[in-house]
Design a binder for this molecule. Sequence first.
Ligand SMILES: Nc1nc2c(c(=O)[nH]1)N[C@H]1C(S)=C(S)[C@@H](COP(=O)(O)O)O[C@H]1N2
Ligand SMILES: [Mo]
Length: 323
Amino acid sequence: MLLKFAKQIPSSEITSKDAYESFNATRRRFLGGAVAMGASAAAGALLPEAAFAAPTQTLTKLNVVQTKYTVSDATTPEPKAQSYNNFYEFGEDKSDPAKNAWKMHDRPWTVKIEGLVKQPQTLDIDKLLSYRPLEQRVYRFRCVEAWSMVIPWDGYPLSELIKFVNPLPSAKYVQFLTAKDSKTMVLPFGIQFPYSEALRMDEAMHPLTLLTFGSYGETLANQQGAPIRVIVPWKYGFKGAKSIVTIRFLDKQPHTTWNDMNSEEYGFYSNVNPNRSHPRWSQARERLLNSNSILPKIRTTDMFNGYSEVASLYNGMDLMKNY
Ligand SMILES: Nc1nc2c(c(=O)[nH]1)N[C@H]1C(S)=C(S)[C@@H](COP(=O)(O)O)O[C@H]1N2
Ligand SMILES: [Mo]
């Protein structure tokens, strides 16, 4: 078993946590149990947030090298990136992951490399982390729900790991599976876990695709997908699985979580595309969450989230059909 659990919840937390749970149960009844990305955002506007302070996680400082990857918009404040999250294994509301994910233990942790590779193996997280120098890259991060952030991610190109593990020529897709642990996770009804995401091999090999161990020069907080996740900056955020325990090489496109939930709303490619509306909202604009202001900052959305260098991966493809 990869995850261990915090032995006890400090008693000081229990009262507020219980209050929070009953509050949340009410909210869930109100929502009618519907699980849909974007739904909780609308409901959240109607109900106040219960106060609950999760125990602080100890994040380790990382040695990172600066890179040329940056953007013109200001960086999102770190507390915002660690308190407004999508991590459905720990609840459906944006504030749930920060409230619940501290229970997960990100050490010891291993990542299984399997499928169409020369040498299937299990790699220890700390070996993976020290395999290559960690680069800091400030990327735009665009969620399919039309909000965005600007985040300094710390990691190295996924291509480095792929070259190291030697996939067979027949490998055409890479699948990422998230840890599934019902003792620490909330695992809402209606979603099939473990969370599965995948990339075509050429997307996975693209130099922008980052195997990510940290942000802001520190290890990832659990709610951000500690200890290891993938960041694919030209795609909607859900393409980047968090808290990865398996990387699998395949010759066929595997099933992926949000595509299973609703393939009209969440395509396999999910490249950021202002021209292809989500059935329930436009993708032409986004709420840029990069300040502490409560006023939303609206920004136009760029094709490929501004990362036009990936366009050649999709030569000859109709991106309105292959959304
Ligand atoms: N395992 C797992 N990975 C996940 C998700 C999830 O619910 N579970 N949510 C995705 C979505 S929709 C987004 S926008 C990003 C959110 O990352 P962040 O919380 O660090 O901003 O994680 C993605 N990876
Ligand atoms: Mo998302």
